[in-house]
Write a protein that binds this ligand. Structure first.
Ligand code: SF4
Ligand SMILES: [Zn+2]
Length: 109
């Protein structure tokens, strides 16, 4: 798997963990959060942009179902600012990835 996609998958995982721990008091993910994470990982791995994938928040296509999009947004809004304290390396890399959004988007062939 592409390293950036791999890193993004890890970042989503950490964010859902932070959200679930603080809202649902689960050490491991609750069923709803596990379902959301599985969905997000599937979308990320089959992203039509391939290695040129932008961060999902800046995506012009947004392939998530509306309900899942709203759920992941909630998680990101909450966990995003907390990532810098809990997983600083991933948080910084995510900010750098966001800066790459201006690159031309190409669908993989
Ligand atoms: S939302 Fe956009 S960037 Fe994210 S996986 Fe779907 S198509 Fe790819
Ligand atoms: Zn949960």
């Amino acid at each position: 798997m592409d390293r950036r996609i791999d890193r993004e998958t890890t970042t989503i995982h950490k964010m859902v963990e932070i959200y679930c721990r603080d809202h649902h008091r689960e050490n491991n993910l609750c069923t709803d959060c596990r379902q959301l994470l599985d969905y997000a990982e599937k979308r990320t791995k089959s992203c039509p942009f391939g290695k040129d994938k932008p961060v999902c928040a800046d995506c012009p296509v947004h392939c998530y179902k509306p309900e899942m999009r709203e759920r992941i947004r909630k998680v990101m809004r909450y966990a995003g600012p907390r990532m810098i304290y809990r997983h600083p390396f991933l948080a910084i890399r995510h900010l750098l990835d966001k800066r790459l959004k201006a690159a031309p988007l190409k669908f993989r062939s």
